[in-house]
Design a protein around this ligand. Sequence first.
Ligand SMILES: C[S@@+](CC[C@H](N)C(=O)[O-])C[C@H]1O[C@@H](n2cnc3c(N)ncnc32)[C@H](O)[C@@H]1O
Length: 271
Amino acid sequence: MAIKHDSVTEESSLARSITTWRPENRAMLPVAGYHRARFGCIPCTQPVCAEDPMAKLYKFRRDDGSFDYDRYRATQIAANKAKLDAVFAIKDNIGYLAERVLEIRGPCTFGLCHGTRRGLEQQWFSEFLNCTVIGTEISDTAVQFPNTIQWDFHNVKDEWISETDFIYSNSWDHSYEPRYCFDQWVKCLKPGGLMILEHSSRHLPSTVNPVDPFGASIDDLVRLLNSWGNGRYGVHQVIETLPISTYDLAVSETVNHKVVDLRAVIVQKTN
Ligand SMILES: C[S@@+](CC[C@H](N)C(=O)[O-])C[C@H]1O[C@@H](n2cnc3c(N)ncnc32)[C@H](O)[C@@H]1O
């Protein structure tokens, strides 16, 4: 995967070393010293939790094992700027999901979209549901797009808590700590509110790298959400039939990604 920004290209070569790793060829892993010198961290893609060995999380660790938030943030912002023209969300699919929100929840007043880059998903949801929808974006490019705030989606604003009808994200795989992230998002929902997570071939464990630190198959994602929700929230429905499920994503003028198996998981907060 050749991405134009230098630091992202370097991270992508790390991604390749992760995706070809198997337990049986442990010897292929770069030795920690080499890896630390090249990438500034210990090699660190691991199962997201002991109960689910297949879902993977790339951990941003310093040499002393502590979480390196500055490197996480810088990695996300560099990738955002390198791909600023790309749009992952699809209007027809957002329209279809908006109809599901109306069916399950009825009329809405406020929604959140997380990790929105050019801010189109919040614009489309807002049009389809005739309500206020705000998007969060970690990069300072947020100011260029309407209804978008520069904000790390792991954090919640007090005014969102229990005031949000629905949350949509196709960027949940950018979380450095998905269990905490989903808990934070669900805190914002009204009782019975919905969290919609898009899933595709770009969200699988094999795609994990520092830009997309979390990856899970759709079955593992469902299992994790139900386990982490622990009665506070759970999967309401998996939508297997979005209007568009395969397309070519233009990441830059020269790079295209084939996206397949686009689906959505609808999570509901318990009343
Ligand atoms: C795969 S892109 C998707 C962008 C957009 N949703 C779309 O459909 O085109 C992920 C976006 O999430 C942003 N992002 C990554 N980590 C984030 C975080 N912790 N908080 C908010 N935004 C984040 C990135 O900067 C990037 O713009």
